[in-house]
Design a protein around this ligand. Structure first.
Ligand SMILES: *[C@@H]1O[C@H](CO)[C@@H](O)[C@H](O)[C@H]1NC(C)=O
Ligand SMILES: *[C@@H]1O[C@H](CO)[C@@H](O)[C@H](O)[C@H]1NC(C)=O
Ligand SMILES: *[C@@H]1O[C@H](CO)[C@@H](O)[C@H](O)[C@H]1NC(C)=O
Length: 193
């Protein structure tokens, strides 16, 4: 018993450190502005300085699980291999950023933002190059959402299935009208809206 307790007392601090440094943030790109509407694509757990890219131009981005000192940024003018130009950024939990033609987004710990010259709450057009912020990679979304239902896309999902989901999102098909074979990729209901 004594051994058990002392093991825990040394283990706990490292568990806490682990969970605050490694935990990812979710980035959810919505088709409509103000993070409204029920169609989105999402990178469920994304490391800082990693861009959640979108093949489509979207109008708003929700950052899920963003700590108070973390900054979220949305980018436009994405070329295939980069995140594009930062169009808007801000801090805060439950952050939603709206902008025309969002093609990517990323987050970072913003405790020392002023030293990095990051502009917070910047309006339209005047964004800086994302490269200043050292975005290290662009990843594809792993989920697509329709009216609260989510489905897996990209990664282990065949290209033609992902393409089908994206086409269904383009024409806003209701899940009720989805062909049966797509339900194989069902990933659950969103529980964090
Ligand atoms: C970003 O990259 C530049 C050049 O590689 C480097 O000098 C700078 O320290 C990096 N900034 C951060 C915040 O990592
Ligand atoms: C996707 O591709 C696979 C393999 O090429 C094929 O068997 C399947 O019928 C395709 N599905 C759709 C929905 O196009
Ligand atoms: C929407 O797109 C899907 C997939 O391409 C297609 O099967 C369906 O007929 C389209 N529906 C409408 C209303 O255009």
């Amino acid at each position: 018993m004594h051994l058990f307790q002392s093991t825990w007392s040394t283990l706990l601090p490292s568990i806490l450190i682990f969970s605050t440094t490694v935990e990812g943030v979710g980035i959810r790109h919505h088709k409509k502005h103000s993070c409204s509407g029920n169609i989105f694509v999402q990178c469920s757990s994304i490391a800082s300085y990693t861009c959640c890219g979108s093949s489509r131009a979207l109008e708003s981005t929700r950052f899920l699980g963003l700590g108070d000192t973390y900054l979220g940024a949305v980018c436009t003018k994405k070329k295939s291999a980069d995140c594009g130009t930062v169009a808007k950024s801000s801090t805060g939990s439950n952050l939603c950023l709206s902008h025309k033609n969002i093609k990517g987004a990323f987050w970072m710990d913003c405790t020392r933002c002023s030293k990095r010259g990051v502009v917070v709450d910047e309006d339209e057009e005047e964004g800086g190059e994302y490269a200043d912020l050292n975005v290290t990679a662009v990843v594809e979304p792993d989920l697509i959402g329709f009216g609260g239902y989510t489905f897996r896309i990209n990664y282990d999902v065949p290209r033609n299935i992902t393409d089908t989901f994206e086409a269904l999102a383009d024409n806003e098909t209701l899940v009720e009208d989805f062909p049966q074979y797509l339900w194989e990729y069902y990933a659950g209901m969103v529980d964090d809206e």
